[in-house]
Design a protein. Structure first.
Lengths: 311, 295
């Protein structure tokens, strides 16, 4: 008897919430389709994919895709490139974004400050395809601004930018900071604006210079935000901006030594070479290491400040 | 104003002007190149101060405008449908998650959250969308994969609902006999316009700028969005003449002022967003700050 009323209670409770569950249905289904099914699809890295048999029906081949992948020089190159580029991006973006944010905060003319901020954010707004047109206008071998105007002015000869890989670490770092420092700058500026003005008033009364105030007030007070943003970026260090490494070098094979990262390797394996085994092995490698790094960085964030942790 | 702060003002303005110029200059080069005479470019390259201007590239594109207009149509259609559906399913998922009283609400939140930590990557996603859902070479390919909804936006919206919609209001609606859908429509939505506008804006920009889905899932140029057209022309200028719209391909190729047309089409691709930017930049900045602080 008791049991029955309890059951009816649960049924009633679910009936009460049925409309809410119904609301969630489309979103949850999309996550299953777009996120969870591909997670299970990662098993294809251990299979010899055969479309006639389907993903589930294909034969298991254990770790041989990984053996092939890690025997090649590619595995080392793409890991090295991914880590070095993203590491460089984190440092350069941090310095540039904090620097610009501090300067923007010093500019007293509100109209100009807003103007500068809008302009700095502009590159963040446009697509990587447009960025690669801009880069092409500068670097094109026959008609580019560098080869036709800048290098002759310096008395230097032409450079075949799209076939000499040694320049690309500089180019990609430059393009990346140009495109994305504005975003971080807005984040840091918001943190600086949030600092209580009384600190600065007290410091000014004590005769502190602007520079001393920046070092002793601004930087320490925004350092939690800096730490969080940086740790989050470190957590994503195994994932690259595909557009930057694929579009901007215009998919040039000659540059692959310095422009190939895990994401472009996976894409080329799948779409251009049709080597699904290799491609999916590299993809799984990225997913697993990426996952571990996200967990680790969040663990560190949590140690520092619980409120800023993702979980 | 004392001496020191005057120095800071000058230094601040000076450095910011240099930074601002560095941000704008590439766009200027693009624009000037697109209105330069073709022969001048072949001789002197793209430059800020060309010796001869010409509108030939735009005339050429005007004559070929069918494909560009079509691509714009597709971009606008995909952006409208994508953003609308995205806002609908995101808010419909986020609202129940924001309610502490529904059964299993922690498990459900984790189900959403886990998608931010771990993902299957390109290969399995591609296989599922092409082998099992057959969206290759359909308009769905530009709308559904990756962009339609992400867990981060859901959690952002859930936080908003949790903090901005008073529980007593919801309770009194329930007591007055309003159903959940009615409550959602007439109480929750009107109170959530700020977050809807923010997320809607970012979704709009996301769809407008997307070229990746087209690159991966489309071969048919008839379905190309403007970004896909740009992407294709960058490496293959002949696409303009032997793409779907040109009837007399060989004649077209001979007359193609490729160095300037390339830049002109990029200008046409980027112009709408540059024109719209001043109107939404305030919300854009606000959105970045909300998103960065806490998901």
């Amino acid at each position: 008897m008791m049991e029955q009323t309890k059951k009816r209670g649960i049924a009633k409770r679910y009936a009460r919430y049925a409309p809410l569950f119904l609301m969630m249905l489309p979103g949850l289904l999309y996550l299953v389709l777009n996120n969870y099914l591909p997670m299970f699809g990662l098993i294809i890295a251990f299979k010899d994919v055969n479309f006639a048999k389907g993903i589930l029906g294909s034969d298991w081949i254990g770790f041989s895709n990984f053996e092939y992948l890690f025997k090649t020089r590619d595995a080392f190159i793409i890991t090295r490139n991914t880590l070095l580029y993203n590491g460089g991006f984190i440092v350069i973006n941090l310095v540039v974004a904090v620097g610009i944010a501090i300067l923007l905060n010093e500019v007293k003319n509100k109209f100009m400050a807003r103007f500068y901020q809008s302009v700095v954010l502009l590159p963040y707004l446009i697509s990587m395809v447009i960025v690669s047109y801009l880069v092409y206008a500068v670097l094109s071998i026959e008609t580019g601004f560098m080869n036709n105007t800048v290098l002759p002015m310096l008395g230097l000869g032409d450079v075949s930018w799209y076939s000499e890989s040694k320049y690309w670490p500089y180019i990609l770092n430059l393009v990346h900071v140009w495109k994305s420092a504005g975003f971080l700058c807005v984040v840091y500026l918001a943190a600086i604006i949030g600092i209580d003005q009384e600190y600065y008033e007290a410091a000014t009364l004590d005769g502190a210079t602007k520079w001393q105030q920046i070092k002793a007030i601004t930087l320490p007070l925004i350092s939690p935000v800096i730490t969080m943003m940086t740790l989050l970026a470190i957590g994503r260090i195994f994932y690259s901006d595909f557009g930057l490494f694929y579009q901007v070098p215009m998919d040039a094979g000659a540059l692959s030594d310095t422009t190939n990262v895990i994401d472009t390797y996976v894409y080329r394996g799948l779409m251009q070479l049709g080597d699904i085994g290799m491609s999916s092995a590299a993809g799984l490698y990225q997913s697993i290491v990426g996952f571990v790094l996200v967990l680790l960085s969040n663990f560190v964030v949590r140690k520092i400040n619980k409120d800023n942790a993702l979980f | 104003m004392n001496n020191e702060s005057r120095v800071w003002q000058w230094a601040g303005h000076f450095i910011m002007i240099v930074v601002a110029i560095a941000c704008i200059l590439p766009f200027v080069l693009l624009l000037v190149s697109s209105i330069t005479d073709e022969k001048t470019i072949i001789q002197n390259g793209y430059s800020f101060f060309p010796s001869k201007f010409s509108g030939t590239a735009y005339v050429y594109l005007w004559n070929q405008s069918e494909q560009i207009l079509r691509a714009y149509g597709i971009t606008i259609l995909v952006t409208l449908i994508g953003t609308t559906v995205s806002l609908a399913i995101t808010s419909l998922l986020a609202y129940p998650l924001s309610r502490r009283d529904i059964p299993h609400h922690n498990k459900l939140a984790f189900f959403v959250f886990f998608t931010l930590l771990f993902n299957g990557g390109l290969v399995p996603t591609y296989l599922i969308y092409t082998q099992y859902l057959d969206i290759k070479n359909t308009l769905w390919a530009l709308i559904i994969p990756g962009l339609l909804m992400n867990g981060f936006n859901v959690l952002l919206m859930r936080t908003f609902f949790k903090t901005s919609i008073p529980v007593p209001v919801l309770e009194s609606a329930y007591i007055d006999g309003a159903g959940e859908f009615r409550t959602f429509r007439s109480i929750v939505l009107p109170l959530s316009l700020p977050i809807m506008a923010t997320i809607g804006l970012f979704q709009t920009i996301g769809y407008w700028n997307d070229w990746f889905n087209g690159l991966v899932y489309l071969n048919d140029p008839k379905l190309f969005s403007i970004q896909n057209i740009l992407n294709r022309i960058l490496t293959d200028i002949q696409f303009l003449t032997n793409g779907s719209m040109s009837t007399n391909a060989s004649q077209g190729l001979a007359a193609l002022p490729s160095a300037t047309v390339r830049m002109a089409i990029a200008v046409i691709g980027v112009l709408p967003i540059l024109i719209a930017y001043p109107f939404f930049q305030k919300y854009f900045v606000k959105g970045i700050t909300i998103g960065a602080v806490k998901g």
